[in-house]
Design a protein around this ligand. Structure first.
Ligand code: PGA
Length: 249
């Protein structure tokens, strides 16, 4: 069976004190299913304190981005080793907000994926089409290109260590979610693309759905055969809502 994962992307929200409060609320929450992996991705400034609070708990720590370089003169950047030694295990790469506001390309994301894996981090690689692309019937072309580009050059062994997140851009932060059927279609398509890299491993890669996942739509999404959990933005900032989504796996 594939690993089920629910990850919270806190984006640029939360001071250190707010992070501490939210983490304590989450740790006090009741987890109904021990088989789901819970990941939280606070801003960089909160990672160190978060790793201390989460140490030994069932919640793993993730970051929202990292540099494609291992070290050096890259002002303002954060290296994968810095993340690893701060207690981070997962890293979101190629989020649509990085693609949109920081011009990240599949090629750049691919370099980050490879460096993350070399360092021992688990990349959560985001793909997803714009509304205009869906309306033009180009969803599979766009997502297929992102999958091939971001995973380019990965061996079957490397593929076995990644997580994919399908996040239709038009569903992020808009309150518009893909229906479970719409999401399942794209997830099945992504899994089919993974087959092109390695048939056996393709069946083991967790593919998360993201984009306005809320307590009231999580169950329908999680029930789909190729949806292995979710990447949650806004609703992961409220402990009750995030716990409800986790418990709907
Ligand atoms: P949202 O964000 O749940 O607020 O739509 C999801 C994401 O950007 O990962």
């Amino acid at each position: 069976m594939r690993q089920k994962i629910v990850a919270g992307n806190w984006k640029m929200n939360g001071t250190i004190a707010e992070t501490e409060n939210l983490l304590r609320e989450l740790l006090a929450g009741k987890l109904n299913n021990q088989n789901v992996k819970v990941v939280v991705c606070p801003p960089y400034t909160s990672l160190h304190v978060a790793s201390k609070i989460l140490n030994g708990s069932h919640i793993a720590l993730g970051a929202q981005n990292m540099s494609e370089h291992a070290r050096g003169a890259y002002t303002g950047e954060i290296s994968p080793e810095m993340l690893l030694t701060a207690g981070v295990l997962y890293v979101i790469l190629g989020h649509s907000e990085r693609r949109q506001y920081h011009a990240e390309t599949d090629q750049l994301v691919n370099a980050k994926v490879k460096l993350a894996l070399q360092t021992g981090l688990i990349p959560i690689i985001c793909v997803g089409e714009l509304l205009s692309e869906r309306e033009e019937g180009r969803t599979e072309t766009v997502v297929g290109k992102q999958v091939a580009g971001t995973l380019s050059g990965l061996t079957a062994e490397a593929l076995n260590k990644v997580v994919i997140a399908y996040e239709p851009v038009w569903a992020i932060g808009t309150g518009k979610t893909a229906t479970p059927q719409m999401a399942q279609e794209v997830h099945a398509f992504i899994r089919d693309r993974l087959m092109a890299i390695d048939k056996t491993t393709a069946g083991k890669v967790p593919i998360l759905y993201g984009g306005s996942v809320k307590p009231d739509n999580a169950l329908g999404l999680h029930r789909q055969p190729d949806i292995d959990g979710s990447l949650v933005g806004g609703a992961s900032l409220k402990a009750d809502d995030f716990m409800a989504i986790i418990n709907a796996v």
